[in-house]
Design a protein around this ligand. Sequence first.
Ligand code: SF4
Length: 209
Amino acid sequence: MQKARYFRQNPLKSPDGGNRVLLHSCCAPCSCAIIEALHDSGLVPTVFFYNPNIYPQAEYDLRKRENMRYAAKLGIPFVDADYDCGEWQLRTKGLENEPERGKRCTVCFDMRLEGAARYAASHGFTVFATTLGISRWKNMTQVDECGTRAASNHEGLIYWAFNWRKNGMMDRRAALIKSEEFYLQQYCGCVFSLRDSIRRKAMQVPSKS
Ligand code: SF4
């Protein structure tokens, strides 16, 4: 039997008490349950897709299309931001051999959340959040520090640090991935995570999703 949707009974409240939230999204599998939770709470999310880390472009286009498909299904606005991969490569130069959760990921989160903060501040949002922390492969503290840093450059802008892994969200995420038949990537996104995923597979270590 399908479980009741938690946030219908326990609606989220935005930290500014308003209803508009800019949601930086990395992909459909990570954002689907969060978008639904915001929607179920009576909040009005706008999905902001800004992920210049994703390699190659065909993978970027596929992840974006999947995310757009779900936003359109729920009638939620979707902002297709730049694929500024040249700037991402410049910023991560010298960090190619960092492990996941290391310094390269901080630079990567900083760039994406700075982009979200800039868009939020220039389009009348006072709150923004990100889907990056829902994956158990990510360091939530690292993500939240980057979000807070990005918000600090814009007066009055709040980064909503929320633990999206609780309240049945991981089960709901898995259920939506299945029911929506989302494409489920096997690596985080950048060329270096693709390289590491291929190495793990070669060593018969279970891959990430
Ligand atoms: S592993 Fe993921 S978070 Fe880290 S730099 Fe690559 S794409 Fe960004």
